[in-house]
Design a binder for this molecule. Sequence first.
Ligand code: PRX
Length: 631
Amino acid sequence: MIYNQFMLINPDPVIVGESFVKDYDALYKESIANPEAFWEKLAKELSWDKPWDKVLDWQYPYARWFVGAKTNIVANAIDRHLSTPAADKVAMIWVAQPTDSAQKDEVVTYTYKQLNEQVSKFANGLKSLGVKKGDKVMIYMPRVPEQFIAMLASLKIGAVHSVVYSGFSATALKTRVTDASAKVLVCTNGYPYGKKTVDSKANVDEALKDNKTIEHVIVVDRLKNGSGKTTPRDMFWSELVEKQSPECPTEMVEATDPAFILYTSGTTGTPKGVVHAHGGYMVGIYATLKLVFNIKPDDVFWCTADAGWITGHSYILYSPLINGVTTFIYEGTPTYPDIEIWWKLIDNYKITKFYTAPTAVRSLMKFGEEPLKKYRLSSLKILGSVGEPINPEAWLWFYKYVGHEKCPIMDTWWQTETGMHMITPVPSVGLKPGSAFKPFFGIEADVVDEKGNKVPPNTQGYLIIKKPWPAMLLDVYNNSKRYHETYFEKIPDVYFSGDSAKIDEDGYFWIVGRNDDVIKVSGHRLGSAELESAFVSHPKVAEAAVIGKPDDVKGESIKAFIILKQGITGDDVLKDELKQLVRKEIGPIATPDAIDFVDKLPKTRSGKIMRRVLKAQELGQPVGDVSTLED
Ligand code: PRX
């Protein structure tokens, strides 16, 4: 069949037959008529130590869900399965990155019972170090089983974790550890990354040089060479857990107590600590995965994200476990040791639901469909996409060659702040390639102008959410002012997402991209201001402005405009130096693709750089309203 982006792709009748949701419109209507009843019904499918007095306490702009209730994410992700046949089911399959294509897989699996033991041992280990309810545990690790065990163990004892993406630099780690005032840090002594070995422990040591709050650093010997203990506060994971009991009671916390802080980029130089609670977050991610990916007990769910980002928190770890299925984790990247690794893993481990990012699809699409033809991919039932808009061409390739025209694609729009899917199809609806469909149940979303008025169909505007939802962020850690300003002041009475979108005549949402200064490079969220402050830390740089430019594979690439200090001339050597500097200050994901040395930058009269003007000029587009432009 020849497809195009304008057609409606109807679901396979088998998928519809298996779906929890058979009639999106009817359930959506019901959920919107009474969202609290909708969420309450789903919450009752989970385990609570004490029921709630109130489903929602909405005191604009703060939402508190399941007020008065006591629970713990871990009580639902692990404990509730231990008294059921799921206790002996595989909770987690982890496959190490092989050194070459011929190497036999190194696999680690845990049943729910075994995972409980590992989590309990580490939880007891944390307790033995004095970690208590509310203390912050920093996790700076690659995708290894201990990363997930450390996350679960922190929550189990009521501590609050903050995972920092392993690709972030020492400076980026330092900023986050300092803001969180963390007590303990968990890391590895390094990790394989393709042919290279990354010395991530050196980043930890540098980040903690002047740190006053971290008392212990727990090091996983991922490199299996006994390296990594460099200071008296360091200890190996194995030393800590070997003496611990495999039993540890789960601390029941208030549903509204914080579970984790996840730092994310915004419009200013310092990242925001997005705080999520146990109760509401847990209900939101449980419900979305269940209905969007039609989760059934035998599913083997593979989300290719990293736990350094929200997708890894919600849909690699917590929601698959809360739903009682098997979560699959591959340590490596999509193209190492070869470009077939993902397809091989899907066949070998019989993955049923596969959730990935457009950038990965595009990077594999470059190699054509031949590499896929060796694989059956017949276990797959549903595919998913997240992190950035998926262009219709990539959507169709994914649909045809990975899903064999049988697996619907769930293009899920959401954010670190939303915690859970917000605009997404369910498997039984007709799909338009490139559209994220419509809001999830209980979610009221719209596209409006700057005054908050709905824009006509097919017109670009601001994507907003009108009512609170259970996995909504609690606050910005240590910075409520920023919470108000970023999400609730631009347009009163609604949650301002920072994205632009259009709604077509059929009510389908089309996400255009960010309307603030956030750049999405390979789905990774970076702030222009963060990048600019890295540039201006160079002694030869006077000013910097950074924009995101469309990129065929990465979605966006970074372009910087630099004004040098007087008397300095720019050349390729300086460009390289600046690129290295940004890698050091933020991490390799932030490496700029292009740097231009300029004499002037477009600014407002108050001196604010108008990145929008730079971007329009760069892309040859109309510059729009420039009445505030100084020159
Ligand atoms: O611009 C949107 C884009 O990713 C942003 C959120 O980034 P982050 O907080 O890192 O979370 C990413 C994973 C949920 C959004 O503001 N985005 C996310 N999903 C989609 C998307 N853009 C278009 N389509 C999506 N499905």
